[in-house]
Design a protein around this ligand. Structure first.
Ligand SMILES: [Zn+2]
Length: 99
């Protein structure tokens, strides 16, 4: 079963509830500020190296998720990282049924 933990939200620094998902490769975060989003553990580590303004913009994306969906944050696959202009992170909205 999923493990729950209380940790700082990687986006906002607020105390948030996190539930391990995907064989502990990702976390589903329930944050009082960002509402809810899912983030891979790799992306969460990377997040700590990113500017605060960028993290805030991701938080806003999570808050503006269309009804019935939540934001998924992940590190692009290795194939994408071979390019020069790499994106730090990838985002997509996922419908809750796929959780
Ligand atoms: Zn948050």
């Amino acid at each position: 079963m999923a493990d729950r933990t209380e940790e700082e939200c990687a986006l906002f620094g607020a105390e948030a509830e996190k539930v391990y998902v995907d064989h502990r490769n990702a976390k589903y975060v329930i944050c009082p500020t960002c509402t809810e989003y899912r983030i891979t553990c790799r992306a969460e580590t990377k997040m700590t190296q990113l500017p605060e303004a960028y993290r805030t913009s991701i938080s806003r994306q999570a808050q503006s998720a269309p009804g019935g969906t939540y934001l998924h944050v992940r590190v692009p696959s290795v194939a994408h990282e071979a390019g020069v202009a790499t994106k730090a992170l990838e985002f997509e909205y996922i419908t809750r049924d796929q959780k």
